[in-house]
Design a protein. Structure first.
Length: 297
């Protein structure tokens, strides 16, 4: 027998509170529609996964601040107090699923998952997207949602195993050393993904990982295949491209919000990656969007 998920819309008719999460051992789905925003909240609940679209929000876990946005999702371990804070300029949409003890026991007996930002993938992301699409449209009955939540949890277990295997990049070091190096490089990666809108130096990234900048640069390239500077640049480019395509914000504002500082720095990187300026990217996207919604002849 599967538990039937509970549904909440923060700020709507019902609200997901810490007390509700603590008192009910069943799967819980929390959806914040676009533009409604997630009120600042502290959460202490079971293992969960959180995805954010159309912007970014900050998740404070211990002393770490992780920025969840369109590029990533975050798995948070159970009984781990954390705070959620949205960014005022972003009309975000978010989806959080809390997993019941029944669901967790059905697919894994592990006590914890790797608690770092994870780039969207072809294992977990399709399951998240399926649930998001269903909440948007109002489709699906309780049995369908229960099955989808269990499918999502099973995918998280598979993805977590794959993420842990990446520590083998640091062989022939011992297993404890590989695990620690992996944790530190992932902490540095989280720092880049969460602070790219600000001025970030190699010293800053290395300090977040408690490594020397030379050691960090070598380990970072070993794990990701690119330098920290190249990774940061690509993150800023992706953020700028999304804002150019999805908003009517001034290009100078987009350059500032994506961490480039000036529109000229942003244009240089966009031309290098896409072969066109920010304005051309926006015009091309608008033509594609108009073509997609226009009736066929």
């Amino acid at each position: 027998m599967t538990s039937v998920p509970d549904f909440f819309r923060p700020g709507g008719e019902s609200r997901c509170s810490e007390a509700e999460l603590a008192g009910v051992d069943r799967d819980v789905i929390v959806w914040s529609p676009p533009g409604q925003g997630t009120p600042p909240m502290k959460i202490l609940g079971p293992t969960s996964i959180r995805g954010v679209w159309r912007g970014a929000e900050s998740c404070l876990i211990g002393r770490r601040v992780l920025c969840v946005d369109d590029d990533s999702y975050l798995v948070i371990n159970g009984r781990r107090e954390h705070s959620i804070v949205g960014r005022r300029r972003d009309a975000i949409e978010s989806l959080t699923i809390f997993f019941s003890g029944e669901t967790r026991r059905a697919f894994s007996d592990r006590d914890s998952f790797v608690e770092h930002l994870r780039p969207h993938d072809d294992v977990v992301t399709p399951c998240l997207q399926t649930l998001l699409d269903a909440r948007r449209s109002g489709d699906g009955d309780n049995d369908w949602y229960a099955a989808q939540v269990q499918r999502l949890y099973a995918a998280i277990v598979v993805a977590d195993d794959g993420l842990n295997r990446k520590a083998t990049a640091f062989a022939p070091a011992s297993l404890p050393t590989r695990t620690e190096l992996f944790r530190r490089v992932m902490t540095a990666t989280d720092y880049v993904n969460s602070n790219y809108t600000s001025a970030v130096t190699l010293d800053d990234i290395a300090s977040a990982a408690s490594l020397s900048k030379y050691h960090l640069a070598r380990l970072f390239r070993t794990l990701h295949g690119v330098s920290p500077a190249a990774y940061l640049r690509l993150k800023r480019i992706r953020a700028a491209e999304r804002m150019i395509e999805r908003s009517d914000a001034d290009l100078a504002e987009i350059a500032e919000r994506s961490g480039f500082g000036s529109r000229w720095s942003m244009f240089r990187e966009l031309r290098r990656r896409r072969g066109m300026s920010g304005q051309r990217i926006r015009e091309t996207w608008m033509r594609s969007a108009a073509s997609a919604i226009s009736p066929s002849a």
